[in-house]
Design a protein around this ligand. Sequence first.
Ligand SMILES: *Cc1c(COP(=O)(O)O)cnc(C)c1O
Length: 355
Amino acid sequence: MERFPVTRASTSRYDSIDYGNLRFGRYFSDHMFQMDFENGSWGTPQIVPYAPMAIEPANLTFHYGQTVFEGLKAYLHPTGAVSMFRPGKNLERMTRSCRRLCIPDFPEDQVLEGMKQVIDLDRKFIPTEEGHSLYIRPFAFAMDNLLGVQESTRYRLLVITSPVAAYYPEGIKPVKLDVPGDYIRCARGGTGTAKTAANYAASLLPAKLARQAGYTQVLWLDADEHRYIEEVGTMNIFFVIGDEVVTPALSSGTILEGITRMTAIELLKDWGYTVHERRITIDEVCEAQSAGQLKEVFGTGTAAVISPVGEIHYMNQTMTINNFAIGEVGQRLYDEITGIQYGTREDTRGWNVMI
Ligand SMILES: *Cc1c(COP(=O)(O)O)cnc(C)c1O
């Protein structure tokens, strides 16, 4: 693959980073990947300094939200090697998000190559501490400047990176979820399967209300009947009921297809678990809990990998799950996935892409 042209940063941001207190997504590395779409095609990719950009006030993205994003990580192995985890899956999902938002298809192979180049160039930004990583944020947005709801004719695709700490500095801590009575995440036919800004803007108020009531995040139910479980803020959700693992099916067309979700399902099946991707109601979860059959609940997502759920609040019921501890299935998935990502367990499935 060709090397893309690089404009080097004249000063480094490295010394301004507090590596002892890396709050998520607050610091950025020196360079970013950039590719612009104009006159009907994507131009030559380049690597440029991470810096403020001139954007006109009438940029369509501000007004109508024609934008998509992705999130993945680069991991430092004990050998000094650096890898990304299944980045092709993120690029495929970004293409699907782009199509939903009328953003033109981009060359996935060039963006993959660009990510590798940026990570390699800014290698020193990858934190060395255990469980830390370099978060990678590809995103694309409209660049036309006009007021009027319409597709842009120009776009920009960027990849920025951010050194991040382990999600759980004091060990894995179960989260508390609230099922909102008044809000939904998305309806069938909407944008729920796309990683697009509007979905997250719409979630801010319900998430804030849940936090004010003492919960970590929201557990979304479907928009039609308000019975079927969909997912959590930025995580998919799994239930261990008896000996079976259940996760909401993607066929509703309202759930973001997580790569951690996909990975967890593949591993669980390999390990001989019975995994059902099907519709599951909140009532079924409450009944399983009453019958003593609800063994574990956990979320899956790139940021935390596995996030055990210790409590679910629905209407006037509060369920405490597995005595507020991570369960056996969640722990096994966490150990295996992070082991592969950090190169301490064998990657037999070819999931790691080396930089
Ligand atoms: C990103 C995201 C997920 C998790 O996806 P991963 O690829 O596993 O990180 C789940 N739900 C929503 C709404 C998301 O935005």
